[in-house]
Design a protein around this ligand. Structure first.
Ligand code: PEP
Ligand code: MG
Length: 575
């Protein structure tokens, strides 16, 4: 029987292959009573499993292949920390001792109770860490049940297989790097889960958050994974299969063609040059930037330097990271965004109390202004790096003039201090503001006289305009870049900035979506910043566009409020 499952698309492409079910030990746990005289031996069996997994994770850390995403080691270390925690290392033993549960059952009960606690957490990032607990528990169970190695297909067959898992841990991902599948799909996961982060960096088509795929799909069934639409088709009929084979082929051909565009300048058919810039999270992303042909960094999300650690990076560490990127770009612009933490990007130890609406709370610039010492350290590091390249500083989530003035004071103070210390920096460091809050979009003149450039963060602008939590699966279907309110805000912001003679870019996901390229060009956008992987596709859309042809349809689009008509108009615009 053929059927389709819908989830969240996390990495692009189309895969067609046979399902390989990744074993789910926790769903097959046995339950028996251990007699009092055998409990010490049962506890020892549990301890041995703990030992085994700790050793296994350490071994996997050594095997991380060069070029693997930097998060991989951090996630493995996090799993080792979870293993050491009393809640996993000691509590199950207590259950064996007090209740006579066998080790597997004691562990399963403990993992279930921990997961239930995590699921109640307000903070979406912490809530998603339940996946890590589950993954560590699963690994321990496998050892206890005598199946320590994941059930991977033979080497030659993996390349044709699509891995179907309830969840995949970062530790398993290390194995997949050496044993490449053509795709994987999981029941668990969300936009900020570790699995999704890693899937993106591995670049294989994948869909997560399918909820029941593992239970509904059988070993060996034919699957189509559409990593663009977030759809998995199980047992497709021959007609669908033929259509997807064609789409897959076209997709590969397109990729090959796109690679050749690397050194082509992005210019419209009527000769207008468009700047295509890259978004990065760590200096390690620079390899991908170089391959993409980006003409600069439009967004360096510096908060990633602060994640997966227990301390804060100091001025020297930050300075080296920023300088490394500035030098690597050899005179091209490098836009360093100041720390945007809070909400879905918590950092330890931030001291941000958990609140009911973290996205509306002490986030980004609000947090930095509440922690002037931490903020000044970052400003100093950015200023120092500005001596080594064309660095610019970008302020996230501005909503009031007061925030901007306070930030400018801190920048001025940092300059005075650096001057006094004889440390070189670019005195004319360009300062920019992110337009992510509707208030900023509607009242841009609040900032126009004080800033040199702007960048629209469409991810947050959509979240705040439509009141849709961008991390919440339950409302993900309402997250609509084509909502008329969103389009009006974006076009208005671009027009206002240009009228004032200030450059403006878009650096949210919309900039990397080639289906939005003409729309944004029609709004007057001339700078796009995106994940390097999306750059060739957007460049191709630009190369095929005549700006003159966009004027009339864009006018109509901005006057359309019917969602179906709007979507049709955008499709026609892209035809
Ligand atoms: C945005 O909000 O669009 C943006 C680019 O910032 P981030 O995704 O890091 O919040
Ligand atoms: Mg944002």
């Amino acid at each position: 029987m053929s059927f389709a499952l819908h989830g969240i698309a996390v990495a692009h492409g189309i895969a067609i292959g046979r399902a390989h079910l990744f074993s789910q030990t926790s769903l097959e746990v046995t339950h028996y009573v251990v007699l009092p005289e055998q409990r010490a031996a049962e506890i020892q069996r549990f301890d041995e499993a703990l030992h085994h997994v700790t050793h296994e994770l350490k071994g996997l850390e050594q095997q991380i292949p060069p070029g693997a995403p930097p998060e991989m080691a951090a996630f493995l270390q996090l799993h080792r920390m979870i293993l050491k925690d009393d809640t996993l290392a000691r509590m199950p033993k207590q259950r064996i001792q007090d209740q006579g549960c066998n080790a597997e059952w004691a562990l399963k009960q403990q993992v279930d109770s921990l997961i239930a606690q995590f699921e109640q957490m307000e903070d979406p990032y912490l809530r998603q860490r339940r996946d890590d607990i589950w993954q560590v528990g699963e690994r321990l169970l496998k050892v206890l049940m005598g199946q320590p190695a994941p059930n991977l297909p033979p080497h030659g067959e993996a390349a044709d297989s699509i891995l179907v898992a309830h969840d995949i841990s970062p530790a398993d991902m290390v194995l997949f790097k050496q044993h490449p599948f053509q795709s994987f799909i999981t029941d668990m996961g969300g936009a900020t889960s570790h699995t999704s982060i890693l899937a993106r960096s591995l670049g294989i088509p994948s869909v997560v958050a399918l909820h029941h795929a593992w239970k509904m799909i059988r070993e060996g069934e034919i699957l189509i994974v559409d990593g663009m639409a977030g759809v998995v088709i199980v047992n497709p009929d021959s007609q669908i299969l033929a259509e997807y084979r064609l789409r897959q082929e076209l997709w590969h051909l397109e990729r090959q063609k796109l690679k050749r565009l690397r050194s082509t300048r992005a210019t419209t058919l009527d000769g207008t040059p468009i700047e295509l810039l890259a978004n990065i999270e760590m200096p390690e992303d620079m390899d991908a930037v170089k391959k993409s042909g980006a003409r600069g960094i439009g967004l360096f999300r510096t908060e990633f330097l602060f994640m997966n650690r227990h301390d804060l990076p100091g001025e020297e560490e930050q300075f080296h990271a920023y300088r490394q990127v500035a030098e690597a770009m050899r005179g091209l612009p490098v836009t360093i965004r100041t720390l945007d933490i809070g909400a879905d990007k918590p950092v330890e130890p931030s001291g941000i109390a958990s609140t009911l609406n973290p996205a509306l709370g002490l986030r980004a610039i609000r947090y930095c202004l509440a922690e002037p010492q931490l903020f000044s350290t970052q400003i100093r590091a950015i200023l120092r790096a500005s001596h080594f390249g064309q660095v610019q500083l970008l302020i996230p989530m501005l909503s009031s003039r007061h925030e901007l003035l306070q930030t400018l004071d801190l920048v001025e103070q940092a300059k005075v201090d650096l001057r006094a210390e004889g440390i070189p920096f670019n005195d004319r460091l360009p300062l920019g503001g992110m337009v992510e809050v509707p208030a900023a979009a509607l009242a841009l003149p609040l900032f126009l006289d004080k800033l040199d450039f702007f960048s629209i963060g469409t991810n947050d602008l959509i979240q705040y305009t439509l009141a849709i939590d961008r991390t919440d699966d339950a409302v993900a279907h309402l997250f609509d870049p084509l909502h008329p309110a969103v389009l009006l805000l974006i076009s208005h912001t671009i027009r206002t900035a240009h009228k004032a003679g200030k450059p403006i870019a878009v650096c949210g996901e919309m900039a990397g979506n080639s289906a939005m390229t003409r729309l944004l060009l029609g709004f007057g956008l001339r700078e796009f910043s995106m994940h390097p992987a999306h750059l060739p596709e957007v460049k191709q859309a630009i190369l095929k566009t005549s700006l003159a042809d966009l004027q009339a349809p864009i006018k109509r689009i901005l006057a359309t409020y019917d969602p179906t008509k709007l979507e049709e108009s955008v499709t026609r615009l892209n035809a």
